[in-house]
Design a protein around this ligand. Structure first.
Ligand code: FAD
Ligand code: SF4
Length: 330
C-alpha cells in the first residue's frame, strides 16, 4: 500500500481546510470501503482526514417534523434508532440488509453514501476501467456484467451504485447537507449520485473538500409504511442484484400516494418516477402494478449477462406492492 499520512479532524472547519489544502487528501469514515480500495491500489491518497469522530453522531428530530441524521452516525446505530424504525422502516431494513454486523458497526452514513462501485474491473488495477482511469475503456460491456446496470448507463460505464441505504433515502425524499470551502449546500439524494455519461470517474456531485455533515428526512406519513426488499445471490453478506424501497397509500382501492426506488440497476439509486406517476390515482391492482413497472423499465438497456434483471425488477415491484397493499399499505 502506498504510504499515507493520517490526521484526526477536531472540527468540521479543520477537516474541510485540511482537504482544501491537499488535492490528494480524502476524508476517512469507518474505512470499510476506502481502506480496502487502498489495499488494492485503487485509491492512493496521501492524507486521510478522519471525520468519523466529529460530533455529527446524532439522530435528532427537526422542528417541523422529520429527522436530521449526522454523517458520522454508524450504520448499526441508525438501523436500531427507534424513530427510524417507527417512522422510516425502509431505511432501517435497507441498512440491516447490507454488509455484516461488524461492518455496520464501523460504517458511517457519509461513507455509505460515498462508497464506490463493486464492478470487478474497477477493483482490479491490472484491468482497464474508465471510472478508475478515464479513457482506458470499459471491459465490463463485453466481459462480466451480471451485477451491473440496466438503466441510465452509458457507453463509457455500466457500473451500479452498491449502497442499500441510499436506495431507501432516495425513495423517502432525503436531502444531503454538505459543507465545503465555499459554504454549505443541500442536495436531494436523488441528485447526489451522478449517471456516468462520458465521465464515470465522478460518482457524485460532491466537489473536493466538501464534507457530508448530515442527511435530513422530511416528515412523510407514508414513510411509516415503507419497506425495503433486496434480491441477492445469498441471504446475507451480498450486494443487491435488484432491490426496491417502496411505500404505498391506498384509499378506497385507489393509489393515493406512492414512493419507489430501485437499487442494483443503475449508477445511482433509481427513483422510479415514471412508475410512481403511472400508479397515482390508478386502481391498486396487480395489473396496474405490472403496467407501472413496464412503464419504468421501458427505458432499460440490458446486456446479455444482466437481461434477467428486467423481469426481476418488474416482479419485485409487483410482489412488493401487492404484499404492502395486502398488509394494509405497509
Ligand atoms: C464485505 C463487504 C460487504 C458489503 N456489503 C454491503 C451491502 O450489502 N450493502 C451496502 O450498502 N454496502 C455494503 N458494503 C459497503 C459498506 O456499506 C461500506 O463500506 C460502508 O458503508 C462505507 O462507510 P465507511 O464509513 O466505512 O466509509 P469509508 O470507507 O471510510 O469511506 C468511503 C468513502 O466515503 C468518503 N467519506 C467518508 N465520510 C465522508 C463524509 N462525511 N463526507 C464526504 N465523504 C466522506 C471517503 O473519503 C471515501 O471516499 C459492504 C462492504 C464490505 C467490505
Ligand atoms: S462498468 Fe464502469 S467501473 Fe466497470 S469497468 Fe466499465 S468503466 Fe469501469
Amino acid at each position: 500500500m502506498k504510504p499515507f499520512a493520517y490526521e484526526r479532524a477536531l472540527d468540521r472547519a479543520a477537516a474541510i481546510a485540511a482537504l482544501a489544502a491537499r488535492p490528494n487528501a480524502v476524508f476517512l469514515g469507518g474505512g470499510t470501503n476506502l481502506v480496502d480500495l487502498m489495499k488494492l491500489g485503487v485509491a492512493t491518497p496521501d492524507l486521510l482526514v478522519d471525520v468519523a469522530r466529529l460530533p455529527h453522531d446524532r439522530v435528532e428530530p427537526l422542528p417541523g417534523g422529520g429527522v436530521r441524521i449526522g454523517a458520522a452516525v454508524r450504520n448499526s446505530d441508525l438501523a436500531a434508532d427507534r424513530t427510524i424504525r417507527r417512522a422510516y422502516p425502509a431505511l432501517s431494513q435497507a441498512l440491516l440488509a447490507g454488509a455484516s454486523g461488524q461492518l455496520r458497526n464501523l460504517a458511517t452514513v457519509g461513507g455509505n453514501l460515498m462508497q464506490r462501485t463493486r464492478c470487478v474491473y474497477f477493483q482490479d488495477v491490472t484491468k482497464p476501467c474508465n471510472k478508475r482511469e478515464p479513457g482506458t475503456g470499459c471491459p465490463a460491456r463485453l466481459g462480466h456484467h451480471r451485477d451491473l446496470a440496466i438503466l441510465g448507463a452509458s457507453e463509457a460505464c455500466i457500473a451500479t451504485h452498491p449502497s442499500d441505504m441510499a436506495v431507501a433515502l432516495a425513495a423517502l425524499d432525503a436531502v444531503v447537507h454538505v459543507e465545503g470551502p465555499d459554504g454549505a449546500r443541500a442536495v436531494p439524494v436523488v441528485d447526489f449520485h451522478r449517471l456516468p455519461a462520458d465521465d464515470p470517474s465522478r460518482d457524485t456531485v460532491l466537489e473536493h473538500a466538501e464534507l457530508i455533515v448530515a442527511v435530513e428526512l422530511p416528515a412523510l406519513p407514508l414513510a411509516a409504511r415503507s419497506h425495503y426488499r433486496k434480491v441477492r445471490d445469498r441471504a446475507s453478506y451480498a450486494f443487491a442484484l435488484v432491490s426496491l424501497a417502496s411505500a404505498i397509500e391506498v384509499a378506497d382501492g385507489v393509489v393515493s400516494d406512492v414512493r419507489l426506488a430501485f437499487g442494483g440497476v443503475a449508477h445511482r439509486p433509481w427513483r422510479a418516477w415514471r412508475a410512481e406517476a403511472a400508479l397515482r390515482r390508478s386502481r391498486a391492482t396487480e395489473e396496474a402494478f405490472r403496467h407501472a413497472a413496464d412503464v419504468e423499465l421501458a427505458g432499460a438497456n440490458p446486456l446479455p449477462g444482466n437481461a434477467f434483471k428486467v423481469p426481476l425488477a418488474r416482479n419485485l415491484l409487483v410482489r412488493a406492492l401487492l404484499d404492502q397493499v395486502e398488509a394494509g399499505g405497509r
